[in-house]
Design a protein around this ligand. Sequence first.
Ligand code: ATP
Length: 358
Amino acid sequence: MPDAGAGAAGTALDPAGPLLVVEDLKVHFPIRRGVLFDRTVGHVYAVDGVSLSVQRGETYGLVGESGCGKSTLGRAILRLTEPTSGSVWFDGVDVAAMGTGELRRERRRMQMVFQDPLSSLDPRQSVESILVEGMKAHDLAGSAAETNRRLRQLLAAVGLPGSSLAKYPHEFSGGQRQRIGIARALTVDPDLIVADEPVSALDVSVQAQVVNLLEDLQRELGLTYLVIAHDLAVVRHIADRVGVMYLGALVEETTSEALYAEPLHPYSRALLSAVPVPDPVVEDSRERILLTGDLPSPANPPTGCRFHTRCPWRQPTRCDDERPELVEHRPGHKVACHWVDGIASGEITPRSENVDVL
Ligand SMILES: Nc1ncnc2c1ncn2[C@@H]1O[C@H](COP(=O)(O)OP(=O)(O)OP(=O)(O)O)[C@@H](O)[C@H]1O
């Protein structure tokens, strides 16, 4: 088991230790060309060296623009996508080293909730058959009466009536379908739930209900969450700690409060400067940071700091040449930027055309 900072010796015997430890995880997808001779002409560096740990009962939020590698990281943690290198320790056991049988057993403890409940639920299956499937796969289904009781309990826990068992996914609203998706994850009594954009396909009015449900279930069942979202407002509400991802790597990681009070990485500052202030009467005196240029392709990431091509605070030539490590700048607050102290103190000023302090 690796050193994982707080609760370093985290194993099943150490209830205070992390449930999940990810070390230098990489997922590089080969780009293939050729009809007669299939050859690899490059790679998409979807996840390129991510390390993080999630404590038991904690909610870790992963944020970043579309295409930065959030979903691939989530899938690689559950080994639904095979990592290229690095390791994932779940409750003290290396997921990458698990054989098929062990992985199948451990999967019960690591479940995924998907973004689009309609496409992740088989339209031809009744809710009962959707829910029973996972239980059967893990030999958790008892007698018919026991199973029926358990399914009704689960439906009640996610706020749906027992009569839902006989219905089909299309008979439910988007929010109800997501409740079914959550119930499906819970049938096998997991410890970790990776929720990939769990509310982004839902109406804003329904999003808060599903977020509240996830929080209630966490309290009742002691669940640990990795919540992937591009919506910073959702993550702010639900996450204890947040990791900000840019082009396959974490650029900042800290508590939700610290990130929203004072983001330190230029990319996090730009992301947060675009979030509307909830109360229009409150004067908004924050900086506005305009990111120029497109998000570079993960198949051809920039040298040095991955963010340097869009960074208003870029300094020649270190930013172009040297990739910054994610290091602790304040207690519990990690940032991957060479100039974080100078930027925070105002000593290093941004190129003014990109930053507007209102
Ligand atoms: N199976 C695959 N083969 C090749 N490239 C892939 C594959 N899956 C993802 N990618 C690429 O990896 C990069 C990261 O994708 P990923 O879906 O993880 O990002 P994301 O941050 O979750 O974005 P989104 O929110 O849009 O899903 C993208 O450039 C994507 O096109």
